[in-house]
Design a protein around this ligand. Structure first.
Ligand SMILES: C=C1C[C@]23C[C@@]1(O)CC[C@H]2[C@@]12CCC[C@@](C)(C(=O)O1)[C@H]2[C@@H]3C(=O)O
Ligand SMILES: O=C(O)CCC(=O)C(=O)O
Ligand SMILES: [Fe+2]
Length: 371
């Protein structure tokens, strides 16, 4: 039984062809990248007069932050945070690291290609194998130290880039822990209720992956897809996006809603494991990234989860005679393997009971066209 995050894909290797065209030289969208007209049912941007539906923004210094976070998790499964204590300098540094990485020649990036059964390295999104068309993006995943891969990319110069990644991971881990206690706190869950959090609730054993995503400008953005619709297999994800919009979240009854980049703000997604832990109270948000005709977009996702070998199941405090557990216990490592095999059916594959009274499962994303 694989225990570490880095072993999650041993049983489900994905053989992706990592050959990328030189995005910058293409004047027309090749057929292999043409998805057809995207279903932009609805969209909103900050201060936009067309839509009143926008993703909540929570100021973490607000005394009411716990309630606001809880409400956002229940009603959207996503929110933006300000006053999160990550410095603008560090956000600039991580953006510059991503830009330097993706602007290397393809042959250089391929020296750090992710292996079919591995987690870390350069390549297409793992979920690419579920789609007949290619996504207009490149990615780089880091689990733990980036040293091994970065030495391949920048043989002379890897030190400063490693330092930035490591500082970013340290700061994100603190913020993720803080957010997790807010998200759980508003459900009445306290530090004693999560054993793996340790006696002080410092969540030292938590694991995480960092995903850098690059979306070059695209000659035909309406027919291309940056990153196809998915939920994250995490407890929570903290996303930094540069000043080009592209992230969209799906909301039942509304459709796709753009999450506008707000200077200095970070996006927080509820992931599948928090959906399980909350016994379905918090929906894990379905999201995707679209691309832009003229602007380059970069995002950095911090994918946060429990220690790889800890069983995650609905918290007993949230259960009762009329609230049976909806999911069976699953470790993060096992769930990542399940996602690699079943993609958007992963969550329902660990579900115990059918939705009650014919109610629709908030997380039944099979109903949404994910392509
Ligand atoms: C821990 C992880 C979650 C992730 C797979 C990964 O091993 C590292 C990359 C993550 C990511 C980012 C882009 C979307 C996604 C579905 C993918 O293909 O790779 C997620 C994976 C996930 O959350 O399941
Ligand atoms: O680029 C984005 O906005 C989305 C990235 C994302 O969803 C991910 O890395 O999991
Ligand atoms: Fe995601």
């Amino acid at each position: 039984m694989p225990l570490r995050l880095s072993d999650a894909f041993r049983a489900h290797p994905v053989h992706l062809c990592h050959k990328h065209p030189d995005f910058t030289s293409l004047q027309e969208l090749p057929d292999s990248y043409t998805w057809g007209q995207l279903d932009v049912e609805s969209s909103s941007s900050y201060g936009d007069s067309f839509s009143s539906e926008s993703v909540p923004v929570v100021d973490l210094s607000d005394p009411n932050a716990l309630t606001l976070v809880g409400h956002a998790c229940k009603t959207w499964g996503v929110f933006q945070v300000t006053n999160h204590s990550i410095s603008q300098n560090l956000l600039d540094d991580i953006e510059n690291t991503g830009r330097s990485l993706f602007s290397l020649p393809v042959q250089q990036k391929l020296k750090a290609a992710r292996s079919p059964d591995g987690v870390s390295g350069y390549g297409l999104a793992r979920i690419s194998s579920f789609f007949p068309k290619l996504m207009w993006s490149e990615g780089f995943t880091v689990v733990g130290s980036p040293l091994e891969q970065f030495r391949q990319l920048w043989p002379q110069d890897y030190g400063k880039f490693c330092d930035t990644i490591e500082e970013y991971e340290t700061e994100m881990k603190k913020l993720a822990g803080r957010l997790m206690w807010l998200m759980l706190g508003s459900l009445g869950i306290s530090k004693e209720d999560i054993k793996w959090a340790g006696p002080k609730g410092d969540l030292k054993g938590a694991s995480a992956a960092l995903q850098l995503n690059s979306y070059p400008a695209c000659p035909d953005p309406d027919r291309a897809m940056g990153l196809a619709a998915h939920t994250d297999s995490t407890l929570l994800t903290i996303l930094y996006q540069n000043n080009t919009s592209g992230l969209q979240v799906h909301r039942e009854g509304t459709g796709w809603v753009t999450v506008p980049p707000l200077p200095g703000a970070l996006v927080v997604n509820v992931g599948d494991l928090l959906h399980i832990l909350s016994n379905g109270s918090y929906p894990s948000v379905l999201h995707r990234a679209v691309v832009n005709r003229t602007r380059y977009r970069l995002s950095v996702a911090y994918l946060y989860g429990p220690p790889g070998s800890v069983q995650i199941s609905p918290l007993s405090k949230l259960l009762g005679p009329s609230r049976p557990p909806l999911y069976r216990p699953v470790t993060w490592t096992e769930y990542l393997g399940t996602k690699a095999k079943h993609f958007n059916k992963a969550l329902s594959s660990v579900r115990l009971c059918a939705p009650l009274n014919g109610l629709v499962d908030v997380n039944d994303h099979n109903r949404v066209q994910v392509g």
